[in-house]
Design a protein around this ligand. Structure first.
Ligand SMILES: [Cu+2]
Length: 111
């Protein structure tokens, strides 16, 4: 009985994992000498999303990315992709910007 229960749990967790990875939305942006590209992104609500950010230039103040509404501030190493789990997106907007939260910025529109 115990074995059956464990087997059932394994099957279920594998199923849940497969489903979660299947519907995950990946949003890829770059930091270039023009800023965040793209800086305006549209996604549908209700989907777990991951933001992948790659800085490809040193000619920018955006050596960090900041997402104030999620209390996120991360270093962006040159030419390395940084993954940020945004969780399930609800209707609205998520603003992101450089480490100083100044000129370079962009928005994810969830609608
Ligand atoms: Cu800046």
């Amino acid at each position: 009985m115990k074995v059956l229960l464990i087997a059932a749990m394994l099957v279920f967790s594998n199923f849940a994992f497969a489903k979660a990875t299947e519907i995950q939305k990946v949003i890829s942006i770059s930091v270039t000498d023009k800023g965040f590209e793209p800086s305006s992104i549209n996604v549908e609500p209700g989907v777990p999303a991951v933001l992948e950010v790659t800085r490809t230039t040193d000619e920018t103040c955006s050596k960090q990315i900041q997402i104030p509404s999620k209390n996120i501030k991360l270093d962006l190493p040159l030419n390395k992709t940084v993954k940020i789990d945004l969780g399930k997106l609800e209707k609205g907007e998520i603003r992101f910007g450089c480490g100083m939260n100044m000129m370079d910025s962009g928005k994810i529109y969830i609608k």
